[in-house]
Design a protein around this ligand. Structure first.
Ligand code: NAD
Length: 501
């Protein structure tokens, strides 16, 4: 694996890079080698208090929300420009820290830039409404920023998830304390520095690195934080909702998934095979929207599987920094073990292992967290492998007989994040899309989340919609203003009405 010098990062509080108040640090490793690649400041409760106080001041004095929208837009666009200028460096660090293949890391940095550009366009488009009244009253609404937002993000798309959160929060004039996942802290701090360089004022964006269970909890419970936006596991989402309940914070949640991928017999099978590979195995399966349940109509099952398994076997596993590599390691040893325990359970439960199912142990991969892409056939939808989020390169294939059966099985899950439908029958495509209980449905396309389209989950996959104009609502609140236009002075007790006759 490629050698690298140790990266060092600090906290970003009130526009300055500082050590943790305790002076503590922690090491961050590369999933490809499990060797240390960086030393990172470990924030504690005191640092959360400092960051929240800085964000509070920056919000209350209006240095950002009071800035002309066109000026805020200019600075956000500058962030996008700097991200694009530094794409190679940032993509490399992202790959080193989260094990994502370099092709995907590069796309993530460019998509993060696109997200800043998209929201830079919307800074001037935070509109209220004027509401007609019978009485001589003028009534209008204004959308105002929520205030200090705590944003907590996961390790699977570190810089992109940060951009998804920061874009709409900044466009609407909020101030922020961002907490990246402890496994992947580095690019969030670099993005914070880029925001400073682009002219986002001191204190508007603060970045804290450290453990979720301690500093994340302090952030969620902090009385001066007005909103928590979280992306991560459904179980953590439950904890965060409880933590935020004490101070009735606004909470938006982007959580886990177990998304269905349905191939009808009239589909273009070659395209469906290729799309299904992408839908489940990109980012080594560590996508919340990974289509991890593949429903195949029984009439095309054998043909589809022969091609799908052959192509799975050809996916090139290797050093994620190598441009030719198509699948890198999973995030950690713990995650590797967790995925393998699901594999074990599926085998014991009677699922047919069609490919993979083990760690890659050849030299030099044994030190890293490499798993073979894994395919289980003839899975039942009630098996653990078809119900729980594995978060690794593992697919459960479930045969079906007819449309109503497959829709019932697709919906039989606590999650509702995404779904894919492969068919050339336009009526069937839209009928099935309507019947699926999920926030994002793609037809004859594996999965895509551009900034223009809303993203979020039904059921236990989340609360609220990120991206698109909908995310502007997540970061604003509505104020109603009523104005008395009546020339007669208001006097409730003096002008007491006569009783009805
Ligand atoms: P995680 O829930 O373990 O951690 C997410 C973040 O929460 C991290 O920053 C972590 O430090 C922090 N955290 C942990 N405990 C906390 C607590 N008690 N209080 C406050 N913060 C706490 O998730 P992960 O393992 O980093 O990421 C994988 C998960 O994220 C998967 O379930 C995946 O489906 C989900 N995900 C969802 C989306 C989406 O948009 N729906 C996108 C990406 C990932």
């Amino acid at each position: 694996m490629t050698a690298t010098t140790l990266l060092r990062t600090q906290l970003l509080i009130d526009g300055r890079l500082v050590d943790a108040a305790s002076g503590e640090t922690f090491e961050t490793v590369s999933p490809a080698t499990n060797r240390t690649i960086g030393v990172v400041a470990k924030a504690g409760a005191e640092d959360v208090n400092r960051a929240v106080a800085a964000a509070r001041r920056a919000f209350d004095d209006g240095r950002w929300s009071g800035m002309a929208p066109v000026e805020r837009s200019k600075r956000m666009r500058k962030v996008a420009e700097l991200l694009r200028e530094r794409v190679d460096e940032l993509a490399r660090i992202e790959t080193l820290n989260c094990g994502k293949i370099i092709v995907e890391s590069r796309a993530d940095v460019l998509n993060a830039a696109a997200c800043f550009d998209y929201y830079a366009n919307l800074t001037g488009q935070v509109w209220g409404e004027q509401i007609p009244m019978n009485a001589p009253l003028l009534d209008y609404t204004v959308r105002e920023p929520i205030g200090v937002c705590g944003q907590i993000i996961p390790w699977n798309f570190p810089i992109l998830m940060a951009a998804w959160k920061l874009g709409p929060a900044l466009a609407t004039g909020n101030t922020i304390v961002l907490k990246p996942a402890s496994n992947t802290p580095i690019t969030a701090v670099l993005l914070g520095q880029i925001c400073q360089e682009a002219g986002i004022p001191d204190g508007v964006l603060n970045v804290l690195t450290g453990p979720g269970a301690s500093i994340g909890a302090v952030l969620c419970e902090h009385p001066d934080v007005d909103k928590i936006a979280f992306t991560g596991e459904t179980e953590t989402g439950r904890t965060i909702s409880r933590q935020a309940a004490g101070t009735i914070k606004k909470v938006s949640l982007e959580l886990g998934g177990k998304s269905p991928n349905i191939v009808f017999p009239d589909a273009d099978i070659d395209e469906a095979v290729n799309g299904s590979l992408f839908a489940v195995f990109t980012n080594a399966g560590q996508r919340c929207t990974a289509r991890t349940r593949l429903f195949l109509h029984e009439s095309i099952h054998d043909r589809f599987m022969a091609d799908f398994v052959a192509k799975t076997a050809k996916i090139r596993i290797g050093d994620p920094l190598d441009w030719e590599t198509q699948m890198g390691p999973v995030i950690s040893r713990t995650q590797c073990d967790r995925v393998l325990s699901y594999v074990q359970r599926a085998r014991e439960g009677g699922a047919d292992l069609a490919h993979g199912g083990r760690k890659v142990t050849d030299d030099p991969f044994d030190d890293g967290n490499y798993l073979m892409p894994t395919v289980f056939d003839h899975v039942r939808n009630d098996m653990t492998i078809a119900q729980e989020e594995v978060f690794g390169p593992v697919l459960a294939v479930i045969p079906f007989k007819d449309d109503s059966e497959v829709v019932a099985m697709a919906n039989n899950t606590i999650f509702g994040l995404a779904a894919t439908i492969w068919t050339n029958d336009v009526k069937r495509a839209h009928r099935t899309a309507a019947a699926i209980r999920a926030g994002n449905v793609s037809i004859n396309f594996p999965t895509v989340n551009p900034p223009e389209a809303p993203f979020g989950g039904y059921k236990q996959s989340g609360v609220g919609r990120e991206l698109s104009r909908h995310a502007m609502d997540l970061y604003t609140q509505v104020k109603n203003v009523v104005v008395n236009l009546n020339p007669t002075p208001f006097d409730w007790y003096g002008n007491w009405p006569a009783p009805p006759k």
